[in-house]
Design a protein around this ligand. Structure first.
Ligand code: BDR
Ligand code: CA
Length: 324
Protein backbone atom coordinates (compact mmCIF):
# COMPACT_ATOMS: atom_id res chain seq x y z
CA UNK A 1 0.00 0.00 0.00
CA UNK A 2 1.01 3.64 -0.43
CA UNK A 3 2.41 5.37 2.67
CA UNK A 4 1.09 8.90 2.37
CA UNK A 5 1.63 12.22 4.09
CA UNK A 6 -1.44 14.33 3.34
CA UNK A 7 -0.68 18.07 3.18
CA UNK A 8 -3.98 19.91 3.39
CA UNK A 9 -6.06 23.01 4.30
CA UNK A 10 -9.42 21.46 5.24
CA UNK A 11 -11.62 22.74 3.56
CA UNK A 12 -14.61 20.79 2.29
CA UNK A 13 -13.06 19.07 -0.72
CA UNK A 14 -9.99 18.39 1.45
CA UNK A 15 -12.31 16.54 3.85
CA UNK A 16 -13.74 14.52 0.95
CA UNK A 17 -10.19 13.66 -0.13
CA UNK A 18 -9.16 12.61 3.38
CA UNK A 19 -12.16 10.31 3.65
CA UNK A 20 -11.43 8.75 0.28
CA UNK A 21 -7.85 8.10 1.40
CA UNK A 22 -8.93 6.58 4.72
CA UNK A 23 -11.53 4.43 3.00
CA UNK A 24 -9.24 3.12 0.25
CA UNK A 25 -7.54 -0.19 1.11
CA UNK A 26 -4.33 0.64 -0.77
CA UNK A 27 -3.74 4.00 0.94
CA UNK A 28 -2.10 4.29 4.36
CA UNK A 29 -2.26 7.89 5.63
CA UNK A 30 0.72 7.94 8.00
CA UNK A 31 0.46 11.65 8.81
CA UNK A 32 -1.39 14.84 8.04
CA UNK A 33 0.30 18.23 7.70
CA UNK A 34 -1.75 21.41 7.61
CA UNK A 35 -1.45 24.80 5.98
CA UNK A 36 -3.30 28.10 5.73
CA UNK A 37 -5.51 28.40 2.66
CA UNK A 38 -9.23 27.69 2.84
CA UNK A 39 -8.96 28.63 6.55
CA UNK A 40 -6.19 29.75 8.92
CA UNK A 41 -3.59 27.12 9.70
CA UNK A 42 -4.89 26.86 13.29
CA UNK A 43 -8.37 26.06 12.00
CA UNK A 44 -6.93 23.66 9.43
CA UNK A 45 -5.15 21.77 12.22
CA UNK A 46 -8.29 21.67 14.37
CA UNK A 47 -10.24 20.35 11.38
CA UNK A 48 -7.66 17.72 10.47
CA UNK A 49 -7.68 16.37 14.02
CA UNK A 50 -11.48 16.50 14.16
CA UNK A 51 -12.09 14.86 10.78
CA UNK A 52 -9.69 11.98 11.44
CA UNK A 53 -10.84 11.38 15.05
CA UNK A 54 -14.53 11.14 14.14
CA UNK A 55 -13.72 8.33 11.69
CA UNK A 56 -12.09 6.44 14.58
CA UNK A 57 -8.48 7.08 13.52
CA UNK A 58 -5.57 8.56 15.45
CA UNK A 59 -3.37 9.94 12.72
CA UNK A 60 -0.51 12.29 13.67
CA UNK A 61 -1.27 15.88 12.62
CA UNK A 62 1.54 18.43 12.29
CA UNK A 63 0.66 22.12 12.01
CA UNK A 64 2.36 24.04 9.22
CA UNK A 65 2.83 27.39 7.56
CA UNK A 66 0.55 30.24 8.60
CA UNK A 67 1.33 32.46 5.62
CA UNK A 68 2.93 32.41 2.18
CA UNK A 69 6.74 32.33 1.82
CA UNK A 70 7.00 35.78 0.24
CA UNK A 71 3.66 37.18 -0.79
CA UNK A 72 1.60 39.12 1.80
CA UNK A 73 -0.86 37.05 3.82
CA UNK A 74 -4.50 37.21 2.71
CA UNK A 75 -7.81 36.40 4.39
CA UNK A 76 -9.45 33.00 3.87
CA UNK A 77 -12.61 33.21 1.73
CA UNK A 78 -15.27 32.08 4.24
CA UNK A 79 -18.05 32.02 1.64
CA UNK A 80 -16.60 28.97 -0.14
CA UNK A 81 -15.81 26.53 2.70
CA UNK A 82 -17.42 28.36 5.65
CA UNK A 83 -15.60 30.36 8.32
CA UNK A 84 -14.72 27.05 10.04
CA UNK A 85 -13.73 25.33 6.79
CA UNK A 86 -16.47 22.73 7.14
CA UNK A 87 -19.53 24.72 6.09
CA UNK A 88 -20.04 26.30 9.55
CA UNK A 89 -20.88 23.18 11.53
CA UNK A 90 -23.64 23.94 14.07
CA UNK A 91 -21.80 21.94 16.73
CA UNK A 92 -18.79 19.69 17.22
CA UNK A 93 -18.37 16.77 19.58
CA UNK A 94 -15.32 16.82 21.83
CA UNK A 95 -12.42 14.85 20.42
CA UNK A 96 -9.09 14.12 22.03
CA UNK A 97 -5.86 14.88 20.21
CA UNK A 98 -3.28 17.60 19.80
CA UNK A 99 -0.87 18.54 17.07
CA UNK A 100 2.64 17.03 16.92
CA UNK A 101 5.55 18.93 18.48
CA UNK A 102 7.27 19.08 15.07
CA UNK A 103 6.14 21.62 12.50
CA UNK A 104 4.72 20.30 9.24
CA UNK A 105 7.97 20.91 7.35
CA UNK A 106 10.05 19.24 10.10
CA UNK A 107 7.63 16.33 10.20
CA UNK A 108 7.89 15.80 6.43
CA UNK A 109 11.70 15.88 6.55
CA UNK A 110 11.82 13.59 9.59
CA UNK A 111 9.51 11.00 8.00
CA UNK A 112 11.39 11.16 4.69
CA UNK A 113 14.70 10.47 6.46
CA UNK A 114 13.19 7.60 8.49
CA UNK A 115 11.57 5.97 5.44
CA UNK A 116 13.74 6.91 2.45
CA UNK A 117 12.06 6.19 -0.89
CA UNK A 118 8.82 5.05 0.73
CA UNK A 119 6.72 8.16 1.34
CA UNK A 120 4.29 9.70 -1.12
CA UNK A 121 3.16 13.27 -0.45
CA UNK A 122 -0.31 14.23 -1.58
CA UNK A 123 -0.52 18.02 -1.28
CA UNK A 124 -3.82 19.80 -1.81
CA UNK A 125 -3.38 23.22 -0.17
CA UNK A 126 -0.98 26.10 -0.77
CA UNK A 127 2.54 24.61 -0.92
CA UNK A 128 4.26 26.49 1.89
CA UNK A 129 5.09 23.31 3.84
CA UNK A 130 6.78 21.67 0.88
CA UNK A 131 8.67 24.91 0.21
CA UNK A 132 9.88 25.06 3.82
CA UNK A 133 10.73 21.33 3.85
CA UNK A 134 12.86 21.79 0.70
CA UNK A 135 14.75 24.59 2.43
CA UNK A 136 15.33 22.39 5.51
CA UNK A 137 16.47 19.38 3.46
CA UNK A 138 17.55 20.13 -0.12
CA UNK A 139 17.95 16.36 -0.73
CA UNK A 140 14.26 15.81 0.05
CA UNK A 141 13.29 15.04 -3.58
CA UNK A 142 15.63 12.00 -3.46
CA UNK A 143 14.05 10.72 -0.24
CA UNK A 144 10.42 10.99 -1.37
CA UNK A 145 8.81 8.39 -3.63
CA UNK A 146 6.27 10.60 -5.35
CA UNK A 147 4.54 13.96 -4.91
CA UNK A 148 1.02 14.50 -6.21
CA UNK A 149 -0.29 18.06 -6.19
CA UNK A 150 -3.79 19.38 -6.60
CA UNK A 151 -2.54 22.50 -8.32
CA UNK A 152 -2.65 24.76 -11.30
CA UNK A 153 -4.16 24.63 -14.73
CA UNK A 154 -2.89 24.52 -18.30
CA UNK A 155 -5.85 24.80 -20.69
CA UNK A 156 -8.75 25.46 -18.30
CA UNK A 157 -9.48 28.98 -16.97
CA UNK A 158 -8.29 29.62 -13.41
CA UNK A 159 -10.54 29.74 -10.37
CA UNK A 160 -9.09 32.80 -8.60
CA UNK A 161 -8.14 34.71 -11.73
CA UNK A 162 -8.43 33.98 -15.45
CA UNK A 163 -5.11 32.12 -15.26
CA UNK A 164 -4.51 31.05 -11.63
CA UNK A 165 -5.68 28.13 -9.53
CA UNK A 166 -6.14 28.84 -5.80
CA UNK A 167 -3.44 26.60 -4.27
CA UNK A 168 -0.77 28.06 -6.55
CA UNK A 169 -2.07 31.63 -6.34
CA UNK A 170 -2.04 31.47 -2.51
CA UNK A 171 1.73 30.92 -2.47
CA UNK A 172 3.24 31.19 -5.96
CA UNK A 173 6.85 31.25 -4.68
CA UNK A 174 6.41 28.00 -2.78
CA UNK A 175 4.69 26.43 -5.79
CA UNK A 176 7.56 27.42 -8.11
CA UNK A 177 10.08 25.89 -5.69
CA UNK A 178 8.06 22.68 -5.68
CA UNK A 179 7.78 22.57 -9.49
CA UNK A 180 11.54 23.01 -9.95
CA UNK A 181 12.81 20.80 -7.09
CA UNK A 182 13.31 17.68 -9.17
CA UNK A 183 11.12 15.07 -7.54
CA UNK A 184 8.83 12.56 -9.11
CA UNK A 185 6.02 15.07 -9.46
CA UNK A 186 2.44 14.90 -10.72
CA UNK A 187 0.11 17.87 -11.21
CA UNK A 188 -3.61 17.23 -10.90
CA UNK A 189 -5.11 20.59 -11.82
CA UNK A 190 -8.31 22.23 -13.00
CA UNK A 191 -7.89 20.63 -16.45
CA UNK A 192 -9.14 17.44 -14.82
CA UNK A 193 -10.82 18.52 -11.56
CA UNK A 194 -13.31 20.65 -13.52
CA UNK A 195 -14.39 17.55 -15.44
CA UNK A 196 -15.43 15.59 -12.33
CA UNK A 197 -18.62 16.97 -10.83
CA UNK A 198 -20.07 15.48 -7.64
CA UNK A 199 -23.75 16.14 -6.86
CA UNK A 200 -24.81 16.96 -3.29
CA UNK A 201 -27.35 14.10 -3.30
CA UNK A 202 -24.42 11.73 -3.40
CA UNK A 203 -23.24 12.88 0.05
CA UNK A 204 -26.77 12.67 1.43
CA UNK A 205 -26.94 9.06 0.22
CA UNK A 206 -23.58 8.25 1.77
CA UNK A 207 -24.74 9.50 5.17
CA UNK A 208 -27.76 7.22 4.90
CA UNK A 209 -25.74 4.22 3.79
CA UNK A 210 -23.45 4.67 6.79
CA UNK A 211 -26.41 4.89 9.23
CA UNK A 212 -25.88 8.61 9.90
CA UNK A 213 -22.35 8.01 11.19
CA UNK A 214 -21.04 11.34 12.55
CA UNK A 215 -18.20 11.44 10.01
CA UNK A 216 -20.71 11.20 7.18
CA UNK A 217 -23.29 13.65 8.55
CA UNK A 218 -20.40 16.09 9.06
CA UNK A 219 -19.33 15.61 5.45
CA UNK A 220 -22.93 16.00 4.27
CA UNK A 221 -23.25 19.33 6.11
CA UNK A 222 -19.96 20.57 4.67
CA UNK A 223 -20.81 19.37 1.16
CA UNK A 224 -24.17 21.13 1.30
CA UNK A 225 -22.52 24.49 2.08
CA UNK A 226 -19.85 23.93 -0.59
CA UNK A 227 -22.43 22.97 -3.24
CA UNK A 228 -24.44 26.10 -2.33
CA UNK A 229 -21.37 28.14 -3.25
CA UNK A 230 -21.06 26.36 -6.59
CA UNK A 231 -24.77 26.85 -7.25
CA UNK A 232 -24.09 30.60 -7.20
CA UNK A 233 -20.72 30.39 -8.98
CA UNK A 234 -21.68 27.76 -11.58
CA UNK A 235 -25.47 27.38 -11.78
CA UNK A 236 -24.96 25.13 -14.82
CA UNK A 237 -23.62 22.39 -12.52
CA UNK A 238 -26.76 22.22 -10.38
CA UNK A 239 -26.32 21.64 -6.62
CA UNK A 240 -22.94 19.99 -7.02
CA UNK A 241 -19.24 20.60 -6.62
CA UNK A 242 -15.96 19.91 -8.40
CA UNK A 243 -13.88 16.96 -7.24
CA UNK A 244 -10.60 18.96 -6.83
CA UNK A 245 -8.59 17.47 -3.93
CA UNK A 246 -10.07 13.95 -4.05
CA UNK A 247 -8.68 13.54 -7.57
CA UNK A 248 -5.10 13.71 -6.31
CA UNK A 249 -5.81 10.49 -4.40
CA UNK A 250 -7.70 9.00 -7.33
CA UNK A 251 -4.55 9.55 -9.40
CA UNK A 252 -2.48 7.77 -6.74
CA UNK A 253 -4.50 4.56 -6.94
CA UNK A 254 -5.75 4.74 -10.55
CA UNK A 255 -3.34 6.76 -12.72
CA UNK A 256 -4.67 4.94 -15.79
CA UNK A 257 -7.84 7.07 -15.58
CA UNK A 258 -5.80 10.15 -16.57
CA UNK A 259 -4.15 11.26 -19.80
CA UNK A 260 -0.91 13.05 -18.96
CA UNK A 261 1.87 14.94 -20.64
CA UNK A 262 5.34 15.64 -19.23
CA UNK A 263 6.75 19.15 -19.40
CA UNK A 264 8.39 21.88 -17.40
CA UNK A 265 6.03 23.89 -15.21
CA UNK A 266 6.96 27.33 -13.92
CA UNK A 267 4.85 29.75 -11.92
CA UNK A 268 4.24 33.40 -12.75
CA UNK A 269 5.28 35.28 -9.59
CA UNK A 270 4.09 38.82 -10.24
CA UNK A 271 1.47 41.05 -11.73
CA UNK A 272 -1.97 40.27 -13.11
CA UNK A 273 -0.87 36.80 -14.13
CA UNK A 274 0.53 35.84 -10.74
CA UNK A 275 -0.09 32.26 -9.77
CA UNK A 276 -0.34 31.10 -13.39
CA UNK A 277 1.19 27.69 -14.08
CA UNK A 278 2.98 27.92 -17.41
CA UNK A 279 3.78 24.65 -19.14
CA UNK A 280 6.58 24.18 -21.64
CA UNK A 281 5.33 21.31 -23.76
CA UNK A 282 7.92 21.39 -26.52
CA UNK A 283 11.10 23.24 -25.54
CA UNK A 284 11.42 25.87 -28.30
CA UNK A 285 14.93 26.86 -29.41
CA UNK A 286 14.59 30.32 -27.92
CA UNK A 287 13.13 29.24 -24.59
CA UNK A 288 16.51 28.96 -22.80
CA UNK A 289 17.24 32.61 -23.45
CA UNK A 290 13.92 33.50 -21.81
CA UNK A 291 14.91 31.67 -18.64
CA UNK A 292 13.50 28.23 -19.44
CA UNK A 293 16.79 26.40 -18.95
CA UNK A 294 16.90 23.00 -20.57
CA UNK A 295 17.82 21.13 -17.39
CA UNK A 296 14.76 22.10 -15.42
CA UNK A 297 12.88 19.04 -14.17
CA UNK A 298 9.62 17.99 -15.72
CA UNK A 299 6.22 17.52 -14.13
CA UNK A 300 3.70 14.87 -15.17
CA UNK A 301 0.65 16.99 -15.92
CA UNK A 302 -2.86 15.54 -15.99
CA UNK A 303 -4.70 16.97 -19.00
CA UNK A 304 -7.69 14.66 -19.38
CA UNK A 305 -9.65 12.28 -17.22
CA UNK A 306 -12.23 9.52 -17.47
CA UNK A 307 -14.77 11.28 -15.24
CA UNK A 308 -17.30 8.42 -15.11
CA UNK A 309 -14.71 5.92 -13.95
CA UNK A 310 -13.42 8.38 -11.34
CA UNK A 311 -16.92 8.86 -9.98
CA UNK A 312 -17.55 5.12 -9.75
CA UNK A 313 -14.23 4.58 -7.98
CA UNK A 314 -15.02 7.39 -5.52
CA UNK A 315 -18.51 6.01 -4.90
CA UNK A 316 -17.36 2.44 -4.46
CA UNK A 317 -14.59 3.50 -2.08
CA UNK A 318 -16.67 5.77 0.14
CA UNK A 319 -19.55 3.28 0.26
CA UNK A 320 -17.31 0.52 1.56
CA UNK A 321 -17.30 -0.46 5.22
CA UNK A 322 -14.42 1.76 6.39
CA UNK A 323 -15.78 3.74 9.34
CA UNK A 324 -14.99 2.76 12.92
C1 BDR B 1 -8.22 24.10 -4.45
O1 BDR B 1 -8.43 25.29 -3.71
C2 BDR B 1 -9.07 25.00 -2.49
O2 BDR B 1 -10.10 25.89 -2.26
C3 BDR B 1 -9.59 23.60 -2.62
O3 BDR B 1 -9.57 22.95 -1.35
C4 BDR B 1 -8.63 22.95 -3.57
O4 BDR B 1 -7.50 22.46 -2.90
C5 BDR B 1 -8.97 24.19 -5.75
O5 BDR B 1 -8.46 25.23 -6.53
CA1 CA C 1 -7.48 22.13 -0.52
Amino acid sequence: SHKVIFDTDPGVDDAMALYFALAHPEIDVVGITTTFGNVTVQQATTNAIYLSRITGREIPVAGGGAMPLMKAAGTPPGFIHGDDGLGNLPQRVNVAGTAEALSAAEYIVDMARKHPGEITIVAVGPFVNLGLALKLEPELPKLIKQVILMAGTVNEPGNVSPVAEANVWNDPHAADLVFTAGWNLVMVGLDVTHRVVMPFTYFAQLAEQHQQHLAMTTLRHAANFYCDFYLRERPDLGHACFGHDILAFVYLVAPELFATQDGRIRVQLEGMGNGQTMMDKHGGLHYAQAGWEKHRPETRVCLQVDADKCLSLIKQTLESDWLR
